[in-house]
Design a protein around this ligand. Structure first.
Ligand code: SF4
Ligand code: SF4
Length: 75
């Protein structure tokens, strides 16, 4: 039986634009994102791409980010 191939995605987070609101972390259906424990230059704990293997490139994280800090690429 054939199974549908899952799309692979990759994101890039600009950690200096991120204000650590966590919207992307809670919105990612694959739980691919987390929050760093090192401040960025603005004094926020930014989001990072913790599980790249899980990303499907759905772009929900980029759409929800109020600071346009996330770029999404799909394979
Ligand atoms: S593109 Fe989709 S799966 Fe990938 S990190 Fe963003 S919300 Fe998660
Ligand atoms: S939604 Fe944007 S600003 Fe908020 S934590 Fe994610 S990358 Fe940072």
């Amino acid at each position: 039986m054939k199974t549908a191939k899952k799309t692979k995605g990759k994101i890039i987070i600009d950690r200096e634009l991120c204000k650590g609101c966590r919207y992307c972390v809670v919105s990612c259906p694959e739980k691919a994102l987390a929050i760093e424990n090192i401040f960025n230059e603005m004094g926020y704990f930014p989001a990072f791409f913790e599980h790249p293997d899980r990303c499907t490139g759905c772009a929900i994280c980029a759409q929800i980010c109020p600071d346009i800090a996330i770029e999404v690429w799909r394979e």
